[in-house]
Ligand binder design. Structure first.
Ligand SMILES: [Zn+2]
Length: 161
């Protein structure tokens, strides 16, 4: 390691100084020509990757925020549990929602994913929440829902039972 000002060999660690805007590694004698440079501490290096993650995730999250979340994968069991805990039969719930019992039955059997209007009626009637922010799905190891069709999800879920 040579001093970047006088060119002499530096014994031990060079001193990093800022000379008129450029950072130089110099010997002890030449260190008086510059100001002590900012140290490249491990802390400042650690911040960089974290910032990158935030930057790459932000635009994606904004796009999906507009969709006001997706229906949760286990909507059927949430509906069934909520309905049973309120002591409602499928018929009673259906009439409360002004929908057909067959529709509720299909939804509870995961044969049908409720469309937005039906989902909102279910949420109101049972006081539950069936949507989930996509951002939280991302954190759980995302890509699964988006990269998979709903039919695939149903197949996977059936296999899991
Ligand atoms: Zn020197």
């Amino acid at each position: 390691m040579q001093c970047e000002i006088c060119g002499s060999d530096i014994k031990g660690n060079p001193i990093r100084v800022n000379v008129e805007g450029s950072v130089l590694d110099v010997c002890g004698k030449c260190s008086r020509y510059g100001k002590p440079a900012d140290k490249w501490s491990p802390v400042s290096r650690k911040i960089l990757p974290t910032e990158k993650v935030i930057v790459t995730h932000k635009p994606r999250k904004d796009v999906f925020d507009k969709l006001e979340g997706e229906i949760v994968p286990d909507y059927a069991s949430i509906i069934k549990k909520a309905r049973e805990s309120q002591g409602l039969t499928i018929e009673a719930l259906a009439s409360k929602m002004m929908e057909k019992a067959a529709l509720i039955r299909k939804i509870e059997r995961e044969e049908l994913i409720p469309e937005d209007t039906v989902r909102k009626k279910l949420e109101t009637a049972l006081n539950i929440k069936l949507t989930e922010r996509v951002s939280s799905q991302d954190q759980r190891g995302g890509g699964f829902i988006r990269g998979t069709t709903l039919g695939d999800v149903a197949v996977i879920r059936k296999k899991a039972k």
